[in-house]
Design a protein around this ligand. Structure first.
Ligand code: SF4
Ligand code: SF4
Length: 184
């Protein structure tokens, strides 16, 4: 299933109505997920990987720089033979929030597919160079945020490229025996 620009805009609308907690969690950490910067991991190099079709929203944006990588340059499933688009935030933590990527909207939850092909939303803090207080302190997330994020990812997984990517990341997680916390 291809994902159209209209479907991405519909997902944005759904996710605009929810947020991980009922307050600005950026105040807990100084918006570290937008601003993290150290000697090994420069914020200038921070790229957000887009899902297929998302790139159509950034062609004329002044907040994001769109970049394309070929499959030879990245460790992605073979089905992504046309490569992957990324965006760089030009003025973090300020961005054009109405078009921020789906990955930012559903953070700190990420999708996981287990060996029985069951889909879950999980916390996996091994993925990031910084600590998100919501994960570290196990802060309960807003229930509507969890439910809508679950529905969005379940829909996105109907796209073969997205399924292959989530499956690849999930297999890596399980092969490396990385501990994760199942949220839904
Ligand atoms: S999601 Fe986590 S890391 Fe990002 S602003 Fe909220 S608390 Fe901070
Ligand atoms: S797109 Fe916006 S929310 Fe996402 S990392 Fe960039 S500045 Fe932060």
């Amino acid at each position: 299933m291809e994902i159209s620009k209209e479907q991405i805009e519909k997902i944005h609308k759904v996710l605009n109505r929810v947020s991980p907690v009922d307050y600005d969690c950026g105040k807990l950490c100084g918006e570290i997920c937008c601003l993290y910067d150290d000697e090994d991991y420069s914020n200038d190099d921070l790229l957000i990987y887009l899902l297929p079709g998302e790139e159509l929203l950034y062609e004329n944006s002044e907040s994001f720089e769109l970049k394309h990588f070929s499959i030879k340059e990245i460790d992605y499933p073979y089905s992504w033979k046309d490569g992957v688009y990324t965006v760089k935030c030009l003025n973090p933590p300020n961005c054009q929030r109405e078009i921020r990527p789906i990955q930012c909207r559903t953070f700190p939850l990420i999708p996981h597919i287990d060996t029985d092909n069951h889909f879950y939303l999980i916390f996996d803090d091994s993925e990031y160079p910084y600590e998100c207080p919501l994960i570290k302190d196990n802060i309960p997330l807003n229930e509507e945020f969890i439910n809508q994020t679950y529905k969005v990812w379940r829909f996105l997984l109907k796209n073969k490229l997205i399924y292959d990517l989530v499956d690849m990341d999930s297999r890596k997680r399980e092969n490396k025996k990385i501990k994760y916390k199942k949220i839904k």
